[in-house]
Design a protein around this ligand. Structure first.
Ligand code: SF4
Length: 287
């Protein structure tokens, strides 16, 4: 089988930093319990690897309740996707030692939202309902309205003629452009920022450049990973004659029948460890 590795590969800079902060936390606190409040980044292999290094990943379905189970002096790491101020305050009140692994890009977006709110503007946040990054953005103020990518926004809630429009970092950039047009058609004075991060945009552009006679496209990423899911959607929309699959690791890939395929492209999500992609690459080359 002919196999191409589609670049960029492996962790984005935000995930690289988050992993390094998590490892540093454990190094500095070898005798304490070191917890991560949810998946550090959305990849199960990464979480399993961190577990082997002694880090404990908590369920983040109810972050406040998860924190309440910890003891004063425990260490808690906030994940790459951001967290609400309420969660941070709770961790402080409980006397936990905090490490913040929030990606710089997510942080910078949260700062922009705060500035706009403080200046008296309404904010329209385009994102996925329930995603941690979205929750963090919405937690800034009741004046932040969600425009879910799958649902519509309640425009009657926006009374500001010049609302600020910002988005989750890992959306599909083509879909985002359409949502921007929709907003401008309702609110011509809306001030629009495109805040898809470079790691997401470059991966999406790279999928668009995959050779058209490719008959197998493998997105290596976890089903909870927003950027991996967007890569899967884009590849599925562009390559109707190819088999497009998303797998977390080599074991998952082995469940698929790919024997008859001749030309494969391997795409990496931004939170996928490089060695997982390399294992898949070698396996495909042996076919
Ligand atoms: S995908 Fe983008 S926003 Fe998410 S961690 Fe990576 S650089 Fe940060």
């Amino acid at each position: 089988m002919h196999v191409s590795l589609i670049k960029p590969q492996g962790f984005c800079s935000g995930v690289t930093k988050a992993v390094s902060i998590a490892k540093q936390a454990k190094k500095e606190h070898p005798n304490e319990n070191v917890y991560i409040l949810g998946m550090l980044a959305h990849n199960q292999t990464l979480i399993d690897d961190l577990t082997k290094e002694g880090l404990i990943t908590l369920s983040d379905e109810n972050e406040i309740k998860a924190l309440e189970k910890l003891q004063k002096g425990d260490v808690v790491i906030f994940t790459a996707h951001g967290h609400s101020e309420k969660v941070e305050q709770k961790a402080k009140d409980l006397g936990l030692i905090i490490y913040d692994a929030t990606c710089f890009k997510v942080k910078s977006n949260l700062e922009k939202i705060k500035e706009e709110i403080n200046a008296g503007h309404q904010v329209i946040y385009i994102g996925q309902k329930g995603h941690k990054e979205t929750n963090a953005a919405l937690s800034v103020s009741n004046n932040v309205s969600l425009y879910d990518t799958k649902l519509l926004i309640n425009y009657y809630l926006i009374t500001d003629k010049n609302p600020y429009v910002i988005n989750q970092t890992t959306l599909n950039f083509q879909e985002l452009n359409k949502l921007h047009e929709d907003i401008l058609s309702h609110i011509p004075g809306a001030r629009i920022e495109n805040e898809i991060c470079a790691a997401t945009r470059l991966r999406q552009e790279a999928v668009g450049k995959i050779e058209r006679d490719t008959d197998l496209i493998i997105i290596v990423g976890h089903q909870k990973s927003s950027n991996s899911n967007r890569l899967f959607e884009i590849a599925s929309n562009l390559f109707h004659n190819a088999t497009v699959i998303m797998v977390n690791d080599l074991d998952e890939l082995k469940k698929h029948d790919i024997e008859a395929k001749k030309k494969a492209a391997v795409v990496s999500g931004a939170s996928t460890p490089q060695y997982v992609v390399d294992e898949i690459y070698k396996y495909l080359l042996s076919k």
